[in-house]
Ligand binder design. Sequence first.
Ligand code: FDA
Ligand code: NAD
Length: 426
Amino acid sequence: MGRAFVYVILGGGVAAGYAALEFVKKGVSYGELCIISDEPVAPYERPALSKGFLLPEAAARLPSFHTCVGANEERLTPKWYKEHGIELVLGTGVKSADVKRKTLLTTTGETISYKFLIVATGARALKLEEFGVSGSDAENVCYLRDIADANRLVNVIQSCPEGNAVVIGGGYIGMECAASLVINKINVTMVFPEEHCMARLFTTKIANYYEEYYKSRGVNFVKGTVMSSFDFDSNGKVTAVNLRDGSTLSVEMVVVGIGIRPNTGLFEGQLTLEKGGIKVNGMLQSSNSSVYAIGDVAAFPVKAFGETRRLEHVDSARKSAKHVVAAIMEPDKTGEFDYLPFFYSRIFTLSWQFYGDNVGEVIYYGDMSGSAFGAYWVSKGHLVGAFLEGGNREEYEAIAKVTRLRPAIEDLTELERQGLGYAVTV
Ligand code: FDA
Ligand code: NAD
């Protein structure tokens, strides 16, 4: 049994949804495009899962957050795919790929062949077991990657009103889930190995601002240690989290966010990998010319940094998706992907954006005791990164623009004096 398509997108997440919209905008013909996803639903805006989806009231539910509402574009429901002749193969995993034969074998036993393959398999959440802790499959321990995880998390939250939660990990999932748990009136303790939260991006000073805010909302922090084991009751539910520093935290529930691994397994030994992802060129094309990769799974050249990076953020998924469709359908009119890294988060009433790279010297501006403040990163005499909490649209656009321009900075003191005004006037 088999079917053949001109274009196949493997994976049905954020990047797949945005690629589908772009294919239609560029005039893909009926029956040419197929999307295969092991999730049971059409592509949706994954960021909603740690924010609106977890709210105690007026929570976001599908179909409201199918792609591409996150970028103020059309909302692509299953009906939309049907109307445009796009084959949406849902609830179906791909278990093997043969890039020489240009075929994929699905878990239902079907062979799907392609002329062009776009790999958009994203990533999976790392498990505590990979760090030597066992028992994280207990009913009240939650990870958060997909809609099934999010539904489970909501059920667990509802099963322990005003209960105690431990959040393992101080990255994006940890911070956003901790905020959502507090909004659900759960008592939260965050545990992570670093000295401060969001260690991949924040400086100590920036992290301190958020930690103080979280503390004011009742969150406890246990930093510089990791968990060593769980205690269970007779039903197999976790009752306590034991830490390596010897302390124990009693819990009704646990949320784990300790990073991800890109889903590259199908292509190991077939495509060149780098930085944990599928290495692609500026046209998002892999070491096999019929195979492209986008989103979390792609390691692509970031022109501004002069090096290959793999980014794990929604903006990069959306924009790489748009670019790959142009690269495949209009190769002569399409240049290399020129992407400025952009990360953001919204937690409680706070909201920040970051553009560029967080290397070099950090120059702070604004009022950290107030609501709006930020920082610039200056490396080798150029402004290479910018962060802003509490900005308005024009201000965020200004820090994006200044970071893209990479202006030479001769006087750091002057940059500090001008603060946000520097970005706004450049
Ligand atoms: P994505 O993970 O979206 O999709 C991959 C798809 O491939 C999934 O449907 C998966 O099931 C499928 N798949 C994988 N292997 C398969 C196989 N073998 N067969 C079939 N299907 C397969 N970023 C940001 O910038 N701001 C934010 O606020 C957030 N918030 C956020 C919250 C939460 C809870 C998560 C988990 C993540 C975020 N992110 C984020 C990150 C952002 O969601 C992420 O970068 C994008 O979803 C990446 O899009 P992709 O399409 O690459 O992967
Ligand atoms: P992360 O990489 O942001 O953070 C992982 C955290 O895990 C680290 O900060 C560290 O504190 C912790 N950690 C690592 N090893 C540990 C261990 N053995 N024990 C305890 N803690 C440990 O990853 P995440 O928070 O799991 O997020 C998963 C993915 O989802 C990422 O790709 C992230 O970009 C994405 N995401 C992004 C956003 C956003 O951009 N606003 C929001 C949610 C999720």
